[in-house]
Design a protein around this ligand. Structure first.
Ligand SMILES: *[C@@H]1O[C@H](CO)[C@@H](O)[C@H](O)[C@H]1NC(C)=O
Ligand SMILES: *[C@@H]1O[C@H](CO)[C@@H](O)[C@H](O)[C@H]1NC(C)=O
Ligand SMILES: *[C@@H]1O[C@H](CO)[C@@H](O)[C@H](O)[C@H]1NC(C)=O
Ligand SMILES: *[C@@H]1O[C@H](CO)[C@@H](O)[C@H](O)[C@H]1NC(C)=O
Ligand SMILES: *[C@@H]1O[C@H](CO)[C@@H](O)[C@H](O)[C@H]1NC(C)=O
Ligand SMILES: *[C@@H]1O[C@H](CO)[C@@H](O)[C@H](O)[C@H]1NC(C)=O
Length: 392
């Protein structure tokens, strides 16, 4: 532990030295007086008013040896030295009820999220441990919900058919949580067992499948890839109400250079966004939860990335506090890696113009269109699979 610290401290000193020398050489009047900075170049951490930001400050400190070293000598303020969560992260954390100032007036989904925000591991109930025995060229991972049997079946019969597609190996899996009686879902356990035995493409974890828990699905999936499918070259992750032109995606992937392939992360990228403060919006986030803008992120309808990025995201996610909106969270993890998703016009998460929707040729050059019903998926796939489809 001492060795790396000494090195980091030396590097900080070197950086200050460079700052000083740069300052002196920038003087336009030929006056080479050395100006020594009067303050350290990092700011003392002050607690954010927002709970997520404070949790991130704690994580940043834990993962930054330079800052941590400074605090170990000076003594850490209580709000930063919050070790009580580390020992039992999956027990409900009732201290949020006082640490988030308007906790009691927040909608229930926020209360549920905050109580379990530190829990990242849930038992796997249905797994497919050998599904990637032959590492696939493309892994299609579709976020689904237990009752959506028809969507999953339409995907299997159309764009998500596993096996060899356009001469490349494709593996399809569906990512599920638990649609439980507590949320008034009918008990579908046996039907799900049948489906899973029949198709062997269901992955299910035992946590409550809700909108704000999609980030839990994301971190569990990143973990799953590393244990069950680390050899996948590329990964598509998306919703079960989109149409994916798998032919076009495979074609696009085959055309990438090695370096493009390594750092690939493409989708329908949203930039300069921030939290909605209007309570009526689905994506509403109160100030007591988050302040700041969002990093660039790819809309959660579907995006495509490399297996290499998946491994890096898995690491980065351990240093980013869970955020209730999953696609924003993935953007935060990419930013942690110093990366940004790339916008690709083939991803149409906001649909295409109505007049083109029943034109087979409109789909030929697209990679994803949202939303589509199960019947539409099968129809569009039939169009695209027809050898006589002729689009100039
Ligand atoms: C680091 O420690 C010094 C000396 O104790 C202190 O003056 C400074 O404010 C500390 N920096 C931070 C970021 O806390
Ligand atoms: C953090 O708090 C614990 C007790 O709550 C204390 O023993 C420890 O020294 C503190 N750590 C730092 C770095 O201040
Ligand atoms: C399909 O893959 C095989 C083995 O990689 C290769 O020999 C063949 O040329 C490919 N066919 C096409 C149509 O790309
Ligand atoms: C998961 O959902 C099923 C079906 O509603 C329910 O029987 C089971 O108890 C749930 N598991 C947990 C741990 O809540
Ligand atoms: C997420 O899942 C956990 C485990 O089932 C549950 O306790 C929590 O309430 C869920 N959170 C939300 C926001 O639904
Ligand atoms: C992930 O982190 C581990 C441990 O710090 C490291 O050994 C590994 O190289 C990292 N993997 C990637 C892909 O960054």
């Amino acid at each position: 532990m001492k060795g790396p610290l000494v090195v980091t401290v030396m590097m900080v000193k070197l950086f200050i030295f460079i700052l000083i020398t740069r300052h002196s050489s920038q003087d336009k009047n030929g006056n080479h007086k050395v100006r020594i900075p009067t303050k350290p170049f990092w700011a003392k951490l002050v607690p954010s008013i927002s709970y997520w930001n404070r949790q991130q400050q704690i994580l940043d400190l834990q993962n930054n040896p330079v800052l941590a070293a400074n605090y170990s000598t000076a003594g850490m303020p209580d709000w930063l030295n919050d070790t009580s969560l580390i020992s039992n992260p999956c027990q409900p954390n009732f201290r949020v009820t006082t640490q988030v100032k308007d906790y009691n007036s927040l909608p229930n989904r926020f209360k549920d999220f905050l109580l379990y925000m530190h829990c990242r591991s849930y038992p796997i109930m249905v797994d497919q441990p050998n599904i990637c025995k032959e590492p696939p060229f493309l892994l299609l991972a579709i976020k689904s919900l237990a009752p959506h049997f028809d969507r999953r079946q339409a995907i299997r019969q159309s764009w998500g058919q596993a096996g060899v597609v356009a001469n490349q190996t494709v593996v399809t899996i569906f990512l599920l949580g638990n649609a439980s009686a507590g949320d008034h879902y009918p008990d579908l356990t046996e039907m799900l067992h049948y489906e899973s035995a029949r198709h062997k493409d269901i992955i299910q974890w035992d946590y409550r499948d809700s909108f704000f828990n999609l980030t839990v699905k994301e971190v569990l999936f990143l973990e799953w890839i590393q244990t069950r499918c680390p050899g996948a070259r590329f990964i598509f992750k998306g919703d079960d109400d989109v149409f994916v032109n798998t032919y076009r995606i495979l074609d696009f992937l085959k055309g990438l250079s090695e370096s493009q392939a390594k750092d690939l992360f493409v989708g329908d990228v949203i930039t300069n966004a921030g939290p909605h403060r209007d309570k009526k919006v689905k994506y509403f986030i109160p100030e007591s939860m988050y302040t700041g803008t969002y990093p660039p992120y790819a809309g959660g309808g579907g995006y495509l990335y490399s297996g290499d990025i998946a491994a890096r995201l898995h690491n980065a996610s351990q240093q980013v506090a869970l955020y209730p909106i999953d696609d924003v969270y993935t953007g935060m993890c990419l930013r942690k890696l110093g990366l940004a998703p790339e916008k690709n016009k083939g991803f149409r998460t906001f649909n295409i113009e109505e007049k083109y929707r029943s034109n087979p040729c409109a789909y030929k050059s697209l990679m994803l269109v949202h939303p589509r019903t199960p019947q539409e998926m099968i129809q569009i796939w039939a169009w695209l699979s027809c050898p006589s489809l002729n689009c100039q």
